[in-house]
Design a protein around this ligand. Structure first.
Ligand SMILES: C[S@@+](CC[C@H](N)C(=O)[O-])C[C@H]1O[C@@H](n2cnc3c(N)ncnc32)[C@H](O)[C@@H]1O
Length: 231
C-alpha cells in the first residue's frame, strides 16, 4: 500500500521538480524560515530531512554547518538538490532516493529530524508509524520538526476558511484554475495524494509516540510547525 502511494508521489514530483521552488505553496518562504528557526541548526549537528525536494531546508541546515541526510522519493528532486549543494560547495549533504516509508537510520544516531511540506503525502497510519521511528532514531535531547499544510476536511471553522481560500485563489485563475479545483477536490476529498491532518492531530501522534514538550504554531493560513523533543 505505502509503496504504491510513494511510487505515485515519485511520478508527480519528478514532473514538478522544475517548478516547486518558484510556484510552491503560498507563504512557503515563511514556513521554511519557521522550520529552520525551530530546527536551530549548528555546526556538527546530524540531521535527516524527509521529503527534502531540491533542498529548501537541507541547504539552510548545511549552510549552518549541519551534516544532513536528505531523503526524497523523486530522483529528479535529488538531482536538483545535488546541483544546489555542489554550486554552494556544501559537502555536508548526503542525498538518498527513498520513500520515507522505507527509510531508516540506526537508533539514537541523529540530533534532528525535519520535514517540510512532505508528510501530508503519507497515509495516516504511516504518519503515526513515522513518529515512533523518528523517536527511535533521535539521540536524547534531539528534536523532530514538522512544517506542513495542517488542516482537516472541513469539520472545524479554521478548516473551512483554509479550504475556501484555496478554492477562491484557484478559481480566480480561470478555466485552468477550475480544473485544478476539481483535481484538488478529488485528491483532498478522497485523500488520494494529499492527506493533511490538523496541527492537533500531529501533536497527538508525537505525544502517543513518546515525544516530550510537544507544541505547534500556525505560520501562515494553511501551514503550521509542530515540534517534539526526545527526553
Ligand atoms: C512539496 S515538496 C517539498 C520539498 C521540500 N521539503 C521543501 O520544503 O521545499 C514535497 C516533496 O516530498 C517528496 N515526497 C512526497 N512523498 C514522499 C514519500 N512518500 N517519500 C519520500 N519523499 C516524498 C516529493 O518528492 C517532494 O520532493
Amino acid at each position: 500500500m505505502a509503496l504504491s502511494s510513494a511510487r505515485l508521489q515519485r511520478r508527480v514530483w519528478d514532473r514538478r521538480a522544475d517548478t516547486w521552488d518558484h510556484e510552491g505553496a503560498a507563504g512557503l518562504g515563511d514556513v521554511v524560515d519557521a522550520v529552520v528557526r525551530a530546527a536551530s541548526p549548528r555546526p556538527g549537528l546530524t540531521a535527516v530531512d524527509l521529503g527534502c525536494g531540491s533542498g529548501q531546508i537541507t541547504m539552510r541546515l548545511a549552510e549552518a554547518g549541519a551534516q544532513v541526510t536528505a531523503v526524497d522519493v523523486s530522483p529528479e528532486m535529488i538531482v536538483r538538490l545535488q546541483e544546489n549543494a555542489d554550486s554552494e560547495e556544501l559537502d555536508g549533504v548526503v542525498p538518498v532516493v527513498s520513500p520515507i516509508e522505507e527509510f531508516g537510520v540506526a537508533s539514537a544516531s541523529v540530533d534532528l529530524v525535519v520535514s517540510n511540506y512532505a508528510l501530508h503525502h503519507l497515509r495516516d497510519p504511516d504518519k503515526r508509524a513515522l513518529a515512533k521511528s523518528v523517536l527511535r532514531w533521535l539521540r536524547p535531547g534531539g528534536r523532530f520538526v514538522i512544517g506542513d499544510m495542517m488542516f482537516g476536511r472541513g469539520l472545524e471553522p479554521r478548516d473551512r476558511v483554509i479550504i475556501r481560500s484555496k478554492v477562491v485563489a484557484l478559481a480566480r485563475k480561470g478555466p485552468g484554475g477550475w480544473w485544478r479545483v476539481l483535481k484538488n477536490v478529488t485528491r483532498f476529498g478522497f485523500r488520494l495524494q494529499e492527506r493533511p491532518v490538523t496541527m492537533e492531530r500531529w501533536q497527538q501522534y508525537l505525544e502517543e509516540a513518546g515525544f516530550s514538550a510537544v507544541h505547534g504554531d500556525e505560520v501562515v493560513a494553511e501551514a503550521a510547525v509542530v515540534v517534539g523533543i526526545k527526553r
